[in-house]
Ligand binder design. Structure first.
Ligand code: GDP
Ligand code: IMO
Ligand code: MG
Length: 428
C-alpha cells in the first residue's frame, strides 16, 4: 500500500506551484481530490506547451484517466465553476470526469458583495483578499447559515433562500451602506448553473474511501499555503479555511489513517500576495528581478506578488503545523543569475533571536530576518534532468534547505512545464 495516497499542499503563502506538482503526480493517480478553499486559488499548469488555468477545478483535470473531485471542504462559486469547465472544454480538456460533493458550500453573490464591502470598511487594515467571497462563505458555514450543494435539490429551498437574502440585504444596506441584491436574479442564475452540473454531484466521501480501500492511488490537493491557514497562518492576514495537510481527511470525509504521505510544495524563494508580515521581503531591485524572471503576478487577480528570500524559519513552522513528510522545491531556475542567495535562519525581535513565528501580527511585522549567504549560480538550469546536472552551488543550496529544515526533498522543478520536473525518489 506504499504511497497509495498523497496530500499536496502549499508550504508558504500560496502560489508555490501546487497545480504543476499535482498535475505531475496525477499522471500516476486514479483520483485527485480538492479539499479546501474556493476560486480564490489560481493554478497555472503547462502541459505539452499549452498553458491552462484552474481555480476550483482540481489540477488532475488534464489527465483524462483521473477522476477529479471537489470535496466537502471546498467552497464553490457555481457560475465560475461552469465557465471554467467551458474554457477547459474549448481547449480540448475532458471535463466529464469531475465529481462534486453534495456537502460542499456554495459561494453566492452576497458573499462576494460582503467580501468587497468588508475590505473597504477595513481601510488601512485591509487583508487584501481576492474578493471572491471566500471569507463570508466560510463565515456562513460556521454560522450554520450556509447553502450547501445538496440544498439545491430541496423543494423547499427557494423559500429558505429568500429569507437568507432578505437578511443579507439588511446587512449590506444597513451596516455597510451598500446596494441590495435582487433575489429573483440571484436565484435564477444559481439554479440555471446548478442544472449544468447537477449530474456530477455525489457523496464524494464514500467515493474516496472506496477508491483508497480498493488500492487506488489518490491525491489530495490543498489550496493557498500553510502560512495562510486560518489557525496556524499569519492571522489575521490569512484565508478563511484550513489550508493544512492535516485538513485533507476532514475536508474530504475520510479516516486520516488512509492518508500515507504529506508533501509540501515550496518555492526556492518566498512570495506573498496581500497584506501581512513578511520578514524576508525584498522590496528592492533584487525582489523586482526575481518577480520579473519568475513572472510573479497573481494568476487570479493579476496583482504583483511581493518577493523575498527563502525563509527556513517559516518553512520549519509550516512543516510542524501542517504535518509535512517531504517537500518539493519549485522555481529553482528563477534564482539563476543571483550572485548571492540568502536563506533566513532566524528572526530578531526586540533584541532576542527567535526561530518560530510569533502569534501577534504586530510582532511578526517587527521581525528582522537573519540570513546565511551562499554563492549563487549563473547557468540556465531549465533543461537539467537530474540533481547532479545542477551547478554545484545550486546543489549546495538545496542541500542547505534540507539540512536546515530536516526534511527530505522529494524533487525539484526548473520551469513551468510538466517535463521540467525532477523526481529524486524515482520509485515514489
Ligand atoms: P499554485 O497556486 O501553487 O498552483 O501556483 P501558481 O500557478 O499560482 O503560481 C506558480 C507559477 O509558477 C505558475 O505560473 C507556474 O506556471 C510557474 N511555475 C511552477 N513551477 C515552476 C518552475 O519550476 N519554474 C518556473 N520558472 N515557473 C514555475
Ligand atoms: P493559491 O491556491 C496566494 C491570499 C489573498 C489574501 C488572503 C485572504 O493559488 O496558492 P481570501 O480571498 O482567501 O479571503 O484572501 O489570502 N490568498 C492567496 N494568496 N495564493 C492563493 O491561492 C491565495 N488565496 C488567497 O491574497 O492575502
Ligand atoms: Mg496560485
Amino acid at each position: 500500500m506504499k504511497n497509495k495516497s498523497l496530500v499536496i499542499v502549499g508550504a508558504q503563502w500560496g502560489d508555490e506551484g501546487k497545480g504543476k506538482i499535482t498535475d505531475y503526480f496525477a499522471q500516476k493517480a486514479k483520483m485527485v481530490v480538492r479539499f479546501s478553499g474556493g476560486d480564490n486559488a489560481g493554478h497555472i499548469i503547462v502541459s505539452e506547451g499549452v498553458r491552462h488555468k484552474v481555480t476550483i477545478v482540481p489540477s488532475g483535470i488534464l489527465n483524462p484517466k483521473v477522476t477529479n473531485v471537489i470535496a466537502n471542504g471546498a467552497v464553490i462559486n457555481l457560475p465560475r465553476l461552469v465557465s471554467e469547465l467551458e474554457i477547459l472544454k474549448k481547449t480540448g480538456v475532458e471535463t466529464k470526469n469531475l465529481l462534486i460533493s453534495n456537502r460542499a458550500h456554495v459561494v453566492l453573490p452576497y458573499h462576494i458583495a460582503i467580501d468587497e464591502l468588508q475590505e473597504n470598511a477595513r481601510g488601512k487594515n485591509k487583508i487584501g483578499t481576492t474578493k471572491r467571497g471566500i471569507g463570508p462563505t466560510y463565515q456562513d458555514k460556521v454560522d450554520r447559515l450556509g447553502v450547501r450543494i445538496c440544498d439545491l435539490f430541496d423543494p423547499n429551498f427557494k423559500a429558505r433562500f429568500a429569507e437568507i437574502i432578505e437578511f443579507k440585504n439588511r446587512l449590506i444596506t444597513k451596516v455597510y451602506e451598500g446596494q441590495a441584491l435582487d433575489f429573483e436574479t440571484i436565484y435564477q442564475e444559481l439554479m440555471s448553473n446548478f442544472e449544468k452540473i447537477k449530474n456530477q454531484i455525489v457523496d464524494t466521501s464514500l467515493l474516496i474511501d472506496t477508491a483508497i480501500k480498493s488500492g487506488e492511488y489518490v491525491l489530495f490537493e490543498g489550496a493557498q499555503g500553510a502560512l495562510l491557514d486560518i489557525d496556524h497562518g499569519t492571522y489575521p492576514f490569512v484565508t478563511s479555511s484550513n489550508t493544512s495537510a492535516n485538513n485533507a481527511s476532514l475536508g474530504s470525509g475520510i479516516n486520516h489513517n488512509l492518508i500515507t504521505t504529506a508533501l509540501g510544495v515550496v518555492k526556492a524563494y518566498c512570495t506573498r500576495v496581500g497584506t501581512g508580515g513578511f520578514p524576508t521581503e525584498q522590496a528592492n531591485s533584487i525582489g523586482e528581478g526575481i518577480r520579473k524572471r519568475g513572472n510573479e503576478y497573481g494568476s487570479n487577480t493579476g496583482r504583483p506578488r511581493r518577493v523575498g528570500w527563502f525563509d527556513a524559519v517559516a518553512l520549519n513552522y509550516a512543516i510542524r503545523t501542517t504535518g509535512l513528510d517531504k517537500i518539493f522545491i519549485t522555481l529553482l531556475d528563477v534564482l539563476s543569475g543571483e550572485p548571492v542567495v540568502k536563506i533566513c535562519t532566524s528572526y530578531s525581535l526586540d533584541g532576542k533571536e527567535i526561530t518560530t513565528i510569533p502569534p501577534l501580527n504586530a510582532d511578526y511585522q517587527n521581525c528582522q530576518a537573519n540570513y546565511i549567504e551562499m554563492p549563487g549560480w549563473n547557468e540556465d538550469i531549465t533543461k537539467v534532468h537530474s540533481f547532479k546536472d545542477l551547478p554545484i552551488n545550486a546543489q549546495n543550496y538545496l542541500n542547505k534547505i534540507k539540512e536546515l529544515c530536516n526534511i527530505d526533498i522529494l524533487g525539484f522543478s526548473v520551469g513551468p512545464d510538466r517535463q521540467q520536473t525532477i523526481l529524486l525518489e524515482p520509485e515514489f
